[in-house]
Design a protein around this ligand. Structure first.
Ligand code: E4P
Length: 218
């Protein structure tokens, strides 16, 4: 399973990259706003900076809602680097834009997926990734992980090459379950990735090893 980091924070992207387990980055307009990035020029520069850190797969989201605007904006984002994946919302114009980008060989990530039907439509349009939002479904008492399973089954039934990118991940169990179910990618905040390290028996075990080593030190 590929690990993406779900942030627009440069320091966090650098930190995750330095660990050596990072396969890509996802951003969204809320995450960009959190970093104070505003206006087209700043946004393009920020994506350029992210692309300098990671090897590939940087999702850059369009904010246009109409087909023409999405195509124009996405084309401009794609010109920043071959690493850019155009993130397009699950709307009718969005699906049309995905079909357009697919015909041009530009990779896409269809975002705001909450049903298997939406994922199927995006796959038929040739999306490189679909992003089902696990956490936001859990928030409204639906089973986000069940949706991941359902989408994987459908894609496997017909051999769609579209990858299932589990998004809106809130904790390590989401991440581990995604790997168990067979999601292609999981995008998570840095703290969730780092939290995979944690177990009190690991900490206690290490402390004991070091203490025992010191006992016999010359
Ligand atoms: C990533 O592609 C999504 O935009 C992101 O995971 C949404 O996460 P949230 O539900 O925590 O905002």
């Amino acid at each position: 399973m590929d690990f993406f980091i779900d942030t627009a924070n440069i320091d966090e992207i650098k930190e995750a990259h330095a660990i050596g387990v990072l396969n890509g980055v996802t951003t969204n307009p809320s995450l960009m706003a959190k970093e104070g990035i505003k206006g087209k020029v700043e946004v393009l520069k920020h994506y350029e900076a992210i692309c300098k850190i990671v090897e590939d797969k940087v999702s850059a989201e369009v904010i246009s809602t109409d087909y023409v605007g999405m195509v124009k904006e996405g084309t401009q984002l794609a010109e920043i680097s071959e690493k850019i994946v155009i993130k397009v919302p699950m709307t009718l114009d969005g699906v049309k834009a995905i079909s357009y980008f697919t015909s041009k060989g530009i990779r896409t990530n269809c975002t705001l997926i909450f049903t298997a039907g939406q994922a199927l439509l995006a796959a038929k349009a040739g999306a490189t990734y679909v992003s089902p939002f696990i956490g936001r479904l859990d928030d409204i008492a639906y089973d986000g992980l069940e949706l991941i399973k359902q989408i994987i089954t459908i894609f496997d039934n017909y051999g769609y090459s579209t990858e299932v990118l589990a998004a809106s991940i809130r904790h390590t169990m989401h991440l581990i379950k995604c790997a168990e179910i067979g999601a292609d990618v999981a995008t998570s905040p840095l703290k969730v990735i780092i939290s995979l390290l944690n177990h009190p028996l690991t900490d206690n075990g290490l402390a004991k090893f070091l203490a025992d080593y010191k006992k016999v030190e010359p």
